[in-house]
Design a protein around this ligand. Structure first.
Ligand code: HEM
Length: 148
């Protein structure tokens, strides 16, 4: 059995071809982010958390578009650090993450170009939500255990 190591450029081309076949492109990502955060702001549970924490939506929305472009199209447009942006939030609990994920799924179900695109985004959102929650809710308690 022999393996051929793909170059980063080949990998990127393959990911983009797969996403494009599902109807995912920059225009869709832009609409998705705008629509999702419009709904987040109007949501009884999530709205106050986000409006309290985000001062400049003209900065947040392009950042989130770059993030989803990097995650789903492998464009490398996002180079931020999601973990510290969330660990500094003190008024968020795991139920808020459930609410975030269901609103994201509902938004995708309403506007995504294909059912494959819904799963493609949700698989990634769920994986990232898990790792953010691990950093926010598990690590602090592990640290407490160590120091007591
Ligand atoms: C209840 C759940 C969540 C809440 C309340 C939340 C809240 C926030 C807030 C307030 C910010 C802005 C922080 C700042 O600029 O100071 C932020 C940034 C961000 N969030 Fe979330 N978030 C949640 C879930 C998620 C999930 C599930 C993802 C990914 C799938 C995500 C991805 C990001 C990214 C990429 C940023 C930008 C970080 C940066 O580079 O500055 N968030 N979030």
């Amino acid at each position: 059995m022999s393996y051929r190591v793909r170059s980063a450029a080949e990998r990127r081309t393959e990911i983009q071809a797969r996403a494009t076949a599902m109807g995912i492109d920059e225009a869709f990502i832009s609409t998705l982010v705008d629509t999702f955060y419009e709904r987040v702001r109007a949501d009884a549970r999530l709205g106050p958390i986000f409006t309290g924490a985000i001062e400049d939506w003209d900065e947040h929305l392009p950042k989130m578009k770059a993030f989803w472009s990097s995650v789903t199209l492998n464009t490398g447009k996002y180079n931020g650090r999601p973990v510290p942006a969330h660990t500094k939030l003190t008024n968020v609990d795991p139920d808020d993450f459930q609410a975030w994920l269901s609103l994201f799924k509902q938004t995708l179900t309403d506007i995504a170009p294909s059912t494959e695109a819904v799963s493609y985004f949700m698989e990634r959102a769920e994986r990232i939500a898990k790792s953010l929650q691990f950093a926010m809710f598990s690590l602090p308690s592990l640290n407490t255990d160590i120091h007591t």
